[in-house]
Design a protein around this ligand. Structure first.
Ligand SMILES: *Cc1c(COP(=O)(O)O)cnc(C)c1O
Length: 492
């Protein structure tokens, strides 16, 4: 309904300058900066003018609004100066949730960033000679160590073999795994052909498609086999004098089951060696340890691939590795050094923040301090541990802990559920968990989920079959109470 505007009221509106001269607004300018406060004042006045012209404000209402205009300006300033990127509580149970920032960093990683990035560092500087250094060395030494260490560890008595020699393996770091694949393909196969099975022409996360990355790299995709079956002879027959690389891609977010066939790693390696063509694997998730020990089956590690003598392996830093966003390329030193001298490498290189976080994360692996890497710690939580926390939280919400019947609109039940790893790792591997299945009288499950997301800090949960499911696996224990408070207050 449109009401008539009372144009006389416009005269009651103060000017921007008048407001800026008031003690209240002037004080805001001192603490938040003159420009931000001036902009906020303009915005608040424009809003009032709009309300007057649409007839929403009469004289008494305008007087009231003007009485609180200092506060309105302050709120507006705070809104515009607030961070847009903020922490949220991940109650989805998806451990590596790309939309929620994938792997949370270890405390040591954050401390190392703080200790090196707020000051100058020896990022590319050799302290002994005073000469220019390479930024890679800070982590390459740790990867080398890790690949030797773990090799000797796991090999005690087993039939496996260590990667060719860990000293021949170099690791380079770029922006993400997509960049790693692009750099590797461009370096090794620009202008030539790359053979890939049709069963591995995957799309990951909507914007990473093997055929597209291949096209950008300048390499020509040579598809072989069919979606469900590819044999080693298919690769063999496709090899010609333009072939530069054999590529295997981890399927990551799906599985092909039923009437399927794909060559074993050993067969591919043998073919690559016989024809002197490098074999590359886009591993995607790239675990640095055998995840079997963490209750996750069917995910090969970077070391498995290197030990199988795959020449180049690419993987992400912020998936199973549990570090910062990065793309890692581990492989023969000679191939790595070719990639390092590609000008694309300069365009895709990462900042000191990433080296700091990665170095600290890798050190945790070297110390076997897996508990300090949140991703690995979260993965190891048992259903019982999570169930105990869930029951405690449910008790706090629904019983008398809040000393009132306000929460009686809430129904909270603790039921069996499944957490997933996400990030394209072990798509069919689920981790058993206990979840809080929650409903609130007078709110649909979707509405309850919306309220939780609007909370400070936002709480992200799943909606399933008319209930909001809260999986505490991905919630840090110190956040349990925040969830209890939010549920209680929303129900009230
Ligand atoms: C996740 C994934 C990628 C993309 O990695 P980003 O680090 O997100 O760029 C590429 N390939 C595979 C197989 C993946 O699982």
């Amino acid at each position: 309904m449109k009401r008539a505007a009372n144009h006389d009221l416009f005269r009651d509106l103060p000017s921007v300058d008048e407001l800026l001269r008031t003690a209240e607004v002037n004080a805001l300018a001192v603490s938040h900066g003159a420009t931000a406060v001036k902009d906020a004042t303009r915005a608040v006045l424009a809003h009032l003018r709009e309300e007057v012209s649409s007839g929403l404000l009469d004289a008494p209402a305008l007087r009231l609004a003007l009485g609180g205009i200092g506060q309105a300006i302050e709120q507006q300033v705070r809104r515009t100066l607030a961070y847009s990127l903020r922490s949220v509580i991940n109650a989805t149970g998806v451990i590596l949730h790309t939309n929620l920032g994938r792997a949370p960093l270890a405390d040591e990683a954050l401390e190392h960033i703080r200790a090196t990035a707020g000051m100058y560092s020896n990022l590319e500087f050799q302290l002994e000679t005073g000469a220019r250094g390479k930024r890679d060395i800070h982590v390459d030494r740790l990867f080398k160590r890790l690949f030797t260490d773990v090799a000797t560890d796991d090999l005690s008595g087993a039939e496996g073999k260590s990667p060719a020699s860990s000293h021949d393996i170099s690791t380079i770091v770029v922006n993400n795994n997509a960049a790693a694949v692009l750099l590797a393909l461009n370096t090794l196969a620009d202008g030539g052909e790359v053979i890939v099975s049709r069963g591995e022409l995957v799309e990951i996360g909507g914007s990473f498609r093997i055929p597209d990355v291949m096209a950008k790299s300048g390499a020509v995709l040579r598809e072989v086999g069919t979606t469900n079956r590819t044999r080693i002879v298919d690769y063999e027959k496709a090899i010609n004098d333009r072939t530069r690389l054999l590529l295997r891609v981890h399927r990551s977010n799906f599985e092909i089951t039923g009437f399927t066939e794909q060559p074993s790693t050993a067969e591919l390696v043998a073919l690559a060696h016989r024809r002197s063509i490098p074999l590359m694997e886009d591993l995607g998730s790239g675990a640095l340890v055998d995840l079997q020990n963490f209750g996750v089956a069917g995910e090969t590690s970077v070391l498995d691939s290197l030990r199988a003598e795959i020449d180049v392996v690419t993987y992400s830093g912020d998936k199973l590795l549990g570090g910062p966003q990065a793309g890692l390329i581990s492989g023969h030193a000679e191939l790595a050094s070719r990639m390092r001298s590609n000008s694309l490498f300069r365009a895709l290189r990462v900042d000191k923040l990433i080296y700091a976080a990665l170095e600290a994360t890798l050190l945790a692996y070297i110390k076997r301090d897996y508990q300090s890497i949140p991703t690995l710690k979260i993965m190891q939580l048992t259903k019982d541990e999570i169930g105990t926390r869930a029951a405690a939280l449910a008790g706090r919400v629904s019983e008398s802990a809040y000393g009132s019947t306000l929460s009686s609109r809430l129904r909270v039940e603790v039921i069996d559920g499944e957490s997933v790893i996400g990030g394209g790792a072990a798509p069919s591997s689920v981790l058993l968990t206990r979840v809080l299945a929650t409903t609130c009288e007078g709110l649909s499950a979707d509405e309850l989920a919306v309220r939780l997301r609007a909370w400070d800090p936002p709480i992200i949960a799943r909606v399933e079959e008319g209930r909001v499911l809260i999986d505490l696996r991905t919630v840090f224990p110190e956040q349990d109470q925040l969830i209890a408070d939010a549920l209680h207050r929303i129900a009230a």
